[in-house]
Design a protein around this ligand. Structure first.
Ligand SMILES: *[C@@H]1O[C@H](CO)[C@@H](O)[C@H](O)[C@H]1NC(C)=O
Ligand SMILES: *[C@@H]1O[C@H](CO)[C@@H](O)[C@H](O)[C@H]1NC(C)=O
Ligand SMILES: *[C@@H]1O[C@H](CO)[C@@H](O)[C@H](O)[C@H]1NC(C)=O
Ligand SMILES: *[C@@H]1O[C@H](CO)[C@@H](O)[C@H](O)[C@H]1NC(C)=O
Length: 391
């Protein structure tokens, strides 16, 4: 059964009346199809998140709740998209292991500090829904769900399919839904009792996202690489990144994390201490110049992605390099970007497209990095260091 694609109609040569007629016919046709589907009582649906992947009656679902929080933290204390992605990746991996379609939250919360454009009301009578709308963004504005579905089938929790699954699962009773709080992934996979159940509901607390991901240190249990979700960016974000990459031409890149991760706290003697003692120093322009001299030759185009707020902070690097920032491409970005998560998705693609990419921290043996401080929080608060031999 094929649904005519209305997008193929060329609007310029058509009258508004004609377009209206076509739209009404299309809506009528969709309505007819949906009535046919619901009256046959089948869970098969033609339209997944507006794509056209054929679904089967044997499709089964995995639900993890309606939020994607940071591992072990709620959104308001989460340090950013990368952390929420590690939770999401873990859930997607479980869907792969269980051969189920993952029910993806339709919105992802954004820590207010990462959301420039969010509107924050300070009145008392703002509803929690309004707050949520201002502090979250639509999942499909970040990711290309069809692209993800090529690896792990996903549907959104505001899609028609999901509402049909929920209603079918209620009708099926105990064969419809299993609540599996605390059941391990291995037990879910190996115990026959869950195999045929339409919907596995893993929801516990928001923080359970973290508990499920505990064995990420076991390399053979990791099915999706870190690069998986970054490469699944929504099409308009990928397109914007590609345009910028082609304007940059042959370039190198550095990602300079400053901002919130530089935070210090006073010890009981009133002395400021930090978790990354060399980071503030190593991410300052004079030390960056010194550190990258052997890696990036003079005259190269250098793309800088950073959360540093001080204007012209990195300008001293221009003694040796041609500098570019995402702000140089605001004519491409402004029409596309609604929040910092989208900007970060684009910047990650640009960073990944560089000939040489220098990260803030070393994450694998082959990485080039600005600092030798370990990325992982050591819980040891140390005195910041601002001097360096030879620089
Ligand atoms: C609270 O809501 C009412 C009605 O929705 C509105 O008239 C009023 O201005 C609001 N108060 C504040 C402080 O925003
Ligand atoms: C999944 O479980 C949670 C917590 O037990 C519950 O609040 C939610 O309604 C369940 N959802 C479905 C679709 O079963
Ligand atoms: C690591 O993960 C694999 C695959 O899930 C599993 O078979 C193995 O038992 C795990 N090893 C440890 C030490 O947990
Ligand atoms: C980007 O903008 C800065 C000024 O903010 C300018 O110095 C630099 O040359 C620009 N880079 C490119 C590649 O246009």
């Amino acid at each position: 059964m094929a649904i005519p694609k209305t997008s193929k109609i060329k609007p310029k040569s058509r009258s508004p009346i004609f377009l209206l007629t076509i739209s009404i016919s299309a809506i009528a046709l969709l309505y007819l199809i949906s009535t046919l589907i619901s009256t046959t009582g089948s869970t098969r649906v033609l339209n997944r998140n507006n794509n056209h992947i054929h679904r089967t009656d044997s499709e089964k679902f995995l639900y993890w709740g309606n939020r994607i929080d940071c591992p072990g933290k709620h959104c308001d204390s989460c340090a950013g998209l990368g952390h929420q992605e590690s939770s999401l990746r873990c859930a997607l991996e479980e869907a792969i292991v269980l051969q189920r379609t993952f029910v993806m939250p339709s919105r992802m919360c954004i820590n207010p500090i990462h959301n420039n454009k969010g509107i924050f009301h300070h009145s008392d009578n703002v509803s929690s829904e309004e707050m949520w709308a201002a502090s979250s963004c639509a999942m499909d504005s970040l990711y290309d769900l069809d692209l993800i579905s090529n690896t792990v089938p996903v549907i959104l929790d505001n899609s028609k399919t999901w509402f049909q699954v929920m209603s079918t699962s209620m009708k099926l009773g105990s064969r419809g839904v299993a609540h599996v709080e605390g059941v391990s992934r291995v037990d879910l996979k190996e115990s026959g009792q869950y195999y045929k159940i339409l919907l596995v509901n893993r929801t516990a607390s928001h923080l359970s996202w973290f508990m499920e991901c505990k064995d990420r240190n076991n390399r053979s249990a990791v099915l999706l690489p870190h690069s998986f979700l970054p490469s699944m960016a929504a099409k308009k974000l990928r397109d914007a990144a590609e345009k910028i990459i082609s304007l940059l031409g042959d370039y190198d890149a550095i990602h300079v994390r400053r901002g919130d991760i530089l935070k210090t706290r006073k010890d009981r003697f009133g002395v400021a201490r930090t978790l990354h003692p060399h980071l503030d120093r190593d991410t300052r322009p004079q030390f960056i110049l010194c550190r990258i001299a052997n890696w990036i030759s003079p005259g190269r185009m250098l793309f800088i992605a950073s959360n540093e707020k001080t204007p012209n902070f990195f300008s001293p690097l221009s003694v040796r390099y041609k500098l570019a920032y995402s702000s140089n491409y605001s004519s491409i970005l402004d029409p596309v970007i609604e929040n910092n998560y989208q900007l970060f998705m684009i910047e990650r693609l640009i960073l990944a497209g560089a000939r040489k990419y220098i990260k803030t921290y070393k994450e694998s043996d082959t990485d080039l990095s600005l600092t030798d401080d370990p990325k992982k929080n050591t819980k040891i608060w140390q005195l910041p260091v601002y001097t360096k031999e030879g620089c």
